[in-house]
Design a protein around this ligand. Structure first.
Ligand code: ADP
Ligand code: MG
Length: 696
């Protein structure tokens, strides 16, 4: 059943599609492939796009380079090969006595969508070429002969084989006429008015058959708002539940504890660090669990802030756990903690999947017996067998690799721990408000002082030798460096650099006089660890690696980095990588060699060179690539958004969030209000992912 429809008591909305006017059993089978099973599903099968046929233009009225919609009949289709992998597809379109040529370069598949005799709608920019109008790469829609489209903004639906747009439009219209007035409004009328939202019936009408682009916008806005509101409602409810369970230990800071912790750091904290610590300390004092995201660029000093929080828990006799996404990073954290705390009596234990059974059992016993204060580990910390003595705080590093659900997994004991989630990947604001929407946010924007500059160069093939010469010069001055490739070995993709192959060419060529090491994700963690140790000690001067070094390597003497096949990395990832060479007092130098054929990859690299603000780069990356891999809601265990788009709907999201929070704050028992439908929708859609089972 559709997400946006309230599952009403109206039995008619659940009528199987085959009984909807104009559908029948055969088409119902096709619709099943699109998961369209009921009348309501048809109503909420939203168009994926629109074609403007509200002003069809006669071919002899076309204007140079002015986007226009033209309706005509296909008279000729011709595919010409113009070279290896190249072709031109041309189609001659007739309208009365006028002709227009449509062309597509290197898109032979368009041929399957167009046949002589078809009635087609073309939308594109015309140009007058010699003696005839031409449109390059127009949008193309086939329209059945008896469908009248003039004056309409045509909806374009997701389809399946065996159905065309005209048929789909007719079926949806049939469903609307027959069932449209059954749909239940989920927002109270006053609320709709106050928020300038269309009613659901109006919105359904306008999203399927817009009267104008303004009406269409308003209809979309209503559904986007609703989708975001339901999500934010679920997040607010989750917050409310967490808060009302109210089971975490209260860990107040005293002046004495504060002084004792700060004494451990060899530097004064930055203003941002102080601010974050204030926010965290305020949370920890309360007996409701903290749920906070500590958000800061590479090297902004998050670890120190987390250490403060962990030591505060320890000062009150509680354990603190620090969970990292990789073994490498867990070890790095354990080392940092051991270094900072060598003068204290705090007991630290490392717990990772890589430990042998005996060592691990020993560690687990010590943890259960309360002989350990700080536990650093990987996912191993989530294992069922592990029981903590008194867990007061969990710090999760690099949260983007953990789902909301895993966060819940540690919540086992009688008292819930406080949660601090750190991420070195600056998160676009809209994403922070959804994927991490149930968290409060602290941000470290400014970096600790005393950092040397970092220079970023975009390498050109002709300057390669000069770059290696510079690289050697710096190595001879005592610095160390990285060479990063996207792949482990070169059999994976042609023309893309691999770490294994680079080690070979570098040892024989530009870096033959230096000590090179190789590290990548396919090595055992013991192998990796031993090479990393050599790099830290300086025995290895240049580390050739894949992006495994993206997080957690802290070698201040490493100031050089070459990235090969840079087009293969995302902007946020490139920025993370260069964070590895701005850890010390010496300036860092990065050179990115890339196959920057594509516009997008060139833009990305230029942005990297221009800006050193991780937040700005993250926003840019997000705008360019969309919510994709790293930030997709799915990876975080949330069902995907259907109509809202976080790169575009930021403002509406902020509003929906605020509205949902206010609503929940005002009405702890939403069940009994005019918002009960929305409440139930939130539970149904997000209840499982957000562990809201007992709220409904
Ligand atoms: P992040 O985890 O945000 O990448 P870290 O906490 O690892 O950053 O800090 C990066 C480096 O800066 C570490 O070597 C750390 O010791 C140092 N550092 C942190 N805070 C300060 C500060 N206030 N002043 C000087 N150096 C600092
Ligand atoms: Mg860190």
């Amino acid at each position: 059943m559709s997400d946006q429809a309230y599952r009403s008591k109206q039995p008619r909305l659940t009528t199987p599609v085959q009984y909807v006017k104009g559908i029948g059993p055969q088409r119902a089978e096709l619709l099943e492939r699109l998961n369209l099973r009921t009348a309501s599903d048809m109503l909420f099968h939203f168009p994926r796009d629109y074609r403007d046929a509200s002003r069809l233009v006669a071919i002899d009225q076309l204007q140079e380079n002015e986007t226009a919609s033209v309706l005509g009949i296909v008279r000729e289709v011709e595919l010409r090969n113009t070279g290896p992998g190249r072709c031109i597809l041309g189609a001659l379109i007739q309208q009365d006595q006028q002709y227009l040529r449509a062309i597509w370069f290197n898109q032979p598949w368009v041929q399957d969508r167009i046949a002589v005799g078809d009635r087609v709608l073309l939308v594109g920019e015309p140009r007058f070429r010699g003696f005839r109008w031409e449109m390059a790469h127009p949008r193309l829609e086939t329209v059945e002969d008896d469908e009248s489209i003039s004056g309409r903004i045509l909806p374009i639906y997701p389809l399946t084989e065996g159905l065309n747009q005209t048929q789909m439009r007719r079926m949806v219209q049939g469903a609307l006429q027959q069932f449209g007035d059954q749909v239940v409004e989920v927002f109270p009328a006053a609320y709709l008015q106050e928020h300038d939202l269309m009613t659901i019936r109006q919105a359904l009408q306008q999203i399927h058959e817009p009267e104008s682009s303004q009406q269409l916008e308003a209809a979309r806005r209503r559904f986007i708002y609703q989708e975001l509101f339901v999500l934010q409602l679920a997040l607010a409810l989750r917050r409310q539940t967490l808060d009302s369970r109210s089971k975490a230990p209260s860990l107040p800071v005293s002046a004495k504890i504060d002084a004792r912790i700060r004494r451990l750091f060899p530097f004064a904290l930055t203003e941002d660090q102080d601010q974050a610590i204030d926010e965290i300390a305020t949370d920890l004092m309360r007996s409701t669990p903290m749920n906070r995201l500590l958000h800061g660029d590479v090297g902004s000093g998050k670890t120190v802030v987390a250490e403060y929080a962990m030591l505060l828990a320890v000062a009150h006799g509680y354990q603190a756990a620090l969970m990292a996404p990789t073994e490498l990073l867990a070890r790095q954290h354990a080392r940092t903690l051991a270094r900072d705390l060598h003068a204290s009596r705090v007991r630290i234990e490392l717990l990772t999947g890589g430990l042998n059974a005996a060592t691990r059992r020993q560690a687990e016993e010590a943890i259960a017996a309360g002989q350990i204060d700080l536990i650093v580990g990987t996912h191993a910390l989530l294992s069922e067998g592990l029981s903590f003595h008194r867990l007061g705080l969990v710090v999760i590093d690099e949260q983007h690799r953990f789902g909301v659900r895993q966060r819940a997994a540690l919540r086992r004991a009688e008292l819930d721990p406080h949660y601090l989630v750190m991420t070195a990947t600056p998160i676009p604001r809209t994403v922070a408000m959804t994927v991490f929407g149930d968290l409060d946010v602290s941000t470290l924007r400014t970096k600790p002082p005393g950092r040397a500059d970092l220079y970023t160069y975009l390498g050109e093939a002709s300057r390669r030798e000069a770059w290696w010469e510079f690289f050697r010069k710096k190595l001879n001055e005592g610095r160390q460096g990285f060479v990063v490739a996207p792949l482990v070995d070169s059999t994976e993709a042609e023309g893309v650099a691999s770490a294994q192959q680079l080690v070979e060419t570098l040892t024989q060529g530009p870096l033959k006089d230096f000590r090179l090491g190789l590290v990548h994700g396919r090595m055992s963690s013991a192998e990796r660890e031993s090479i990393m140790a050599s790099f830290r000690e300086g025995t290895v001067q240049v580390l050739v690696a894949t992006s495994v070094i993206e997080v957690g390597i802290d070698v201040p003497n490493a100031t050089l980095m070459t990235i090969e096949s840079g087009e293969r990395f995302g902007l946020a990832q490139l920025h993370q990588l260069r964070g590895r060479i701005s850890r010390g007092v010496h300036p860092g130098y990065l050179c990115v060699f890339a196959n920057a054929d594509s516009e997008e990859s060139r833009k990305r690299l230029e942005a990297l060179q221009r800006s050193s603000d991780g937040f700005e780069l993250a926003e840019l990356d997000f705008q360019m690539r969309g919510p994709g891999d790293l930030f997709g809601t799915r990876q975080h265990g949330l069902p995907p958004l259907r109509i809202a788009d976080l790169t575009r709907d930021g403002q509406l999201l902020e509003q929906a969030r605020l509205d949902a929070q206010q609503l929940v704050a005002k009405n702890p028992q939403l069940n009994d209000t005019d918002f009960r439908h929305l409440h139930r929708m939130a539970i149904r859609r997000y209840g499982q992912a957000l562990d809201l089972a007992d709220v409904g």
